[in-house]
Design a protein around this ligand. Structure first.
Ligand code: ATP
Ligand code: BTN
Length: 252
């Protein structure tokens, strides 16, 4: 088995809790933070029974095939919206390090390999009144998930399918967390924003979502997407607002 508490403790020099099966790692990380877990602590699971995705969707995490983790981070509130960039950058680096050739970030934070979604990021805030106490950065990566008997196959892919070789999930987690630490140390830097922007694969493409369409023109430093609509009006979308799709082969 490529994932176990022992193997993870050897490789990841940080507070961690490993579970064979959980509802959602984000829920456990939040509960652990409220019990006193320090910044940087991570919950890792081999399976999620109620994995959550964006827009209230379910995130498919069967046993033995994926990375499912949630990291406790306490950024200044002014930089919290950068965490979504951070997760995407770290997974992007992981896919490149593993040897994937065609990697891109689909705004705001899906990492795609060969044009399909290999990972998703779900940041969730922990508030006390109006104070941001922590952000739980949830990351799911498909390592060897078989999508054949699901309805996700058209849009989802696993790293091992893209690479056609076996990967070790403990090694992948080590690389992923090293890259996260790297970017987190540079959270507010202009170069972090530029790195994220430079890896987006939607800029200049025709996009549609929620019955609106146009050309994705740019992103703001807060991570919002600027789209010039078909009527010529400029629209700004926040990451949580809309699910946009680039139309295949429809570059502007
Ligand atoms: P988003 O709005 O998050 O960008 P999307 O619908 O544009 O999502 P697609 O890549 O087009 O993303 O579709 C993949 C769909 O399958 C999404 O709804 C995603 O949440 C869902 N899904 C559930 N589990 C997985 C998984 N393990 N890997 C990839 N996609 C998954
Ligand atoms: C998306 O829809 O793109 C976001 C998917 C986020 C999935 C990860 S898996 C670990 C963490 N726990 C959850 O319940 N969701 C996130």
């Amino acid at each position: 088995m490529d994932l176990s508490a022992e193997r993870l403790r050897e490789r990841l020099r940080r507070p961690l809790r490993y579970h064979e099966s959980v509802g959602s790692t984000n829920d456990l990380a939040k509960a652990w933070f409220l019990e006193g877990a320090p910044e940087g602590a991570v919950i890792i699971a081999n399976e999620q029974l109620r994995g959550r995705g964006r827009h209230g969707r379910t995130w498919h995490t069967p046993p033995n095939v994926a990375l499912a983790l949630s990291i406790i981070l306490c950024p200044p509130a002014s930089a919290a919206n950068r965490l979504t960039m951070l997760g995407a950058l770290a997974v992007y680096d992981l896919a490149i390090a593993a040897g994937c050739a065609q990697v891109g970030i689909k705004w705001p934070n899906d990492v795609q390999v060969n044009g399909k979604k290999v990972a998703g990021i779900l940041p969730e805030a922990v508030w006390q009144g109006s104070d941001l106490r922590a952000t739980i950065l949830g990351i799911g990566v498909n390592v060897r998930t078989d999508f054949a008997n699901t309805n996700l196959g058209d849009h989802a892919i696993s790293l091992e399918d893209a690479l056609d070789r076996r990967l070790d999930r403990a090694e992948l987690l080590q690389t992923l967390l090293e890259r996260l630490d790297y970017w987190y140390a540079r959270l507010s830097d202009e170069s972090t924003f530029q790195a994220w922007k430079g890896r987006l694969n939607m800029i200049g493409k025709r996009v549609t979502g929620n019955r609106r369409s146009g050309i994705a023109r740019d992103v703001t430093r807060d991570g919002n997407l600027i789209v010039v609509g078909d009527d010529g009006n400029q629209m700004t979308f926040e990451a949580g607002d809309i699910s946009l799709r680039a139309e295949p082969g429809a570059d502007a």
